[in-house]
Design a protein around this ligand. Structure first.
Ligand code: GLN
Length: 491
């Protein structure tokens, strides 16, 4: 019998237990290893767990603690890593056959920063192949289940990262968000997920999907834990020229000093989101409850308009696929990736290796992206999409003239059943509430807030570019005042 209840264990509680000596890091890691061995056969969130290495790192952390040399308050706590974020000596397949058996010789900046604080990279988390998808059904390996109902998807593309935290197999994890891949699975699995502002977290060592949209961010059990992880991984990095040199305020401090109410805060409700056809009324009811809560806590509620919302999905699927087609060109069996046996010549090597190594969705995106960039179509599609992107960014800038944060749904519905969205277009359209802020660069946070159909429902807070401080403070106040105190999956 574990002496710690992993289902309610946060990073803060784990840190206290380590500090007081009630548990050691080796004990803590062993508890998680046992739980993964017991429970992950139902959820299948991890592609691989680094058992021996985890315990060796935990022993080192315990030694440091005994000598008062701890690297931080979190030294010796395990975290999970999405399989597209490299860690030294660990496989990084991006859940693709083409990168099967690839072992990274170096750490991504995010992992390096976590290690510098003593966090232990615990294992590799399942995802949609190359982060393309919204259900994790596109993984070439496991079928990850939602910890609330194993007949349903965990969302995607960071499905393993969300499901592992939702199932309490790990206290926190890293994911990546190009069009919603952190916020949507977080909402489906009842955990907190954050897409930081573009430029907040280095992508060095993140296998690129769409470079102008990708961000790494945390999954955690509560808002404070998400702040702890985001503080640990953010900051300027000479290896990623898109990271901002600006000093970011401590989000842990922001959360700690969050007010008791929302007096003085203006919360914007984008009318195009709230009126969206296809929004499940039960999901809407949860969002309405959060709005009422904000109001009763003193916030001013204001309707705002994001008039170009209707173009967001189309714009995203042109820009993201165009960038993906360029980024994935390197996986050709020569420079990177599994090479087929006995190819006839160079071109045949490319064709066969890519044909065998990529799954259907990845091929679909590469074909679409190559098409929109091809001469003759570039102006009609790619260039036009870039212009619409500017309009979408302007929409957010205008909205934030009148309010501090936006409050919206994260997804039109709760987690769906496996195979339910077999039409790719249907799957793409469900990204409507998350995609626009990847195009604009703003930050967004998904906070579990209620239930519909016995499944968790998240609400999304959106703040201006580098407005994480107000976003986290607002999230903390809503979390403290929400009806449902804890979201604990049954698995
Ligand atoms: N679901 C979106 C897509 O398939 C977003 C993916 C992501 O954020 N990585 O492109």
């Amino acid at each position: 019998m574990n002496k710690v209840d992993l289902k309610t264990l946060t990073l803060q509680k784990a840190s206290d237990l380590l500090k007081s000596g009630e548990v050691s890091s080796v004990e803590l890691c062993n508890m998680y290893l046992e739980r993964v061995a017991d429970v992950d056969s139902k959820v299948n969130s991890f592609l691989k767990v680094a058992n021996d290495k985890v315990l060796a790192m935990a022993e080192d952390a315990d030694k440091r603690r005994a000598e008062n040399q701890s690297l931080s308050d979190y030294d010796g706590i395990p975290v999970g890593i999405k399989d597209c974020i490299v860690a030294e000596g660990e496989t990084c397949s991006c859940a693709s056959k083409i990168l099967e058996n690839v072992v990274s010789p170096y750490d991504s900046t995010a992992v390096k920063k976590l290690k510098a604080q003593g966090f232990i990279p615990f294992g590799r988390l399942n995802m949609d192949e190359f982060a393309m998808g919204s259900s994790t059904e596109n993984s070439a390996y496991n079928k990850t289940s939602n910890p609330w109902d194993t007949e349903r998807v965990p969302g995607g593309s960071s499905g393993g990262s969300a499901a592992s935290v939702g199932a309490s197999l790990i206290p926190a994890s890293l994911g990546s968000d190009t069009g919603g891949s952190i916020r949507q699975p977080a909402a489906f699995c009842g955990v907190v997920g954050v897409k930081p502002s573009y430029g907040m977290v280095s992508r060095f060592g993140l296998v690129a999907f769409a470079s102008s949209l990708d961000q790494i961010g945390p999954f955690a059990k509560d808002v404070t834990d998400a702040a702890i992880v985001l503080d640990a991984i953010s900051g300027v990095d000479p290896n990623d020229s898109t990271t901002s040199p600006e000093e970011h305020p401590s989000l842990v401090e922001a959360v700690k000093n969050a007010p008791k109410d929302l007096n003085g805060l203006t919360v914007g409700l984008p009318k195009e989101y709230m009126e969206m056809a296809g929004l499940n009324p039960e999901v809407k009811a949860v969002v309405d409850k959060a709005i009422d809560q904000a109001k009763s806590l003193g916030a001013t509620i204001k309707e705002v308009s994001l008039p170009h919302t209707k173009y967001a999905v189309a714009t995203y699927y042109i820009i993201a696929t165009a960038e993906a087609s360029a980024n994935l060109a390197r996986f050709d069996g020569i420079r990177y990736g599994e090479r087929v046996e006995d190819p006839k010549d160079l071109i045949n090597t490319y064709f066969k290796s890519r044909g065998a190594g990529f799954g259907d969705e990845v091929k679909r995106r590469i074909i679409l992206g190559t098409y929109v960039l091809s001469s003759g179509y570039y102006d009609a599609y790619y260039l036009r999409a870039q212009k619409v992107r500017t309009l979408i960014r302007n929409d957010f800038e205008n909205a934030f003239k009148d309010c501090d944060v936006l409050l919206t749904p994260v997804t039109p519905d709760v987690a769906f059943k496996f195979g339910e969205k077999s039409d790719p277009l249907q799957m793409y359209l469900a990204d409507i509430f998350t995609i626009a802020l990847n195009l604009s660069g703003n930050c967004g946070l998904s906070l579990p807030y209620g239930f519909a159909d016995d499944m968790p429902v998240g609400v999304q807070l959106i703040a201006p570019h580098f407005g994480e401080e107000v976003m986290f403070k607002t999230a903390k106040v809503l979390e403290d005042n929400r009806e449902q105190k804890e979201f604990i999956a049954s698995v």
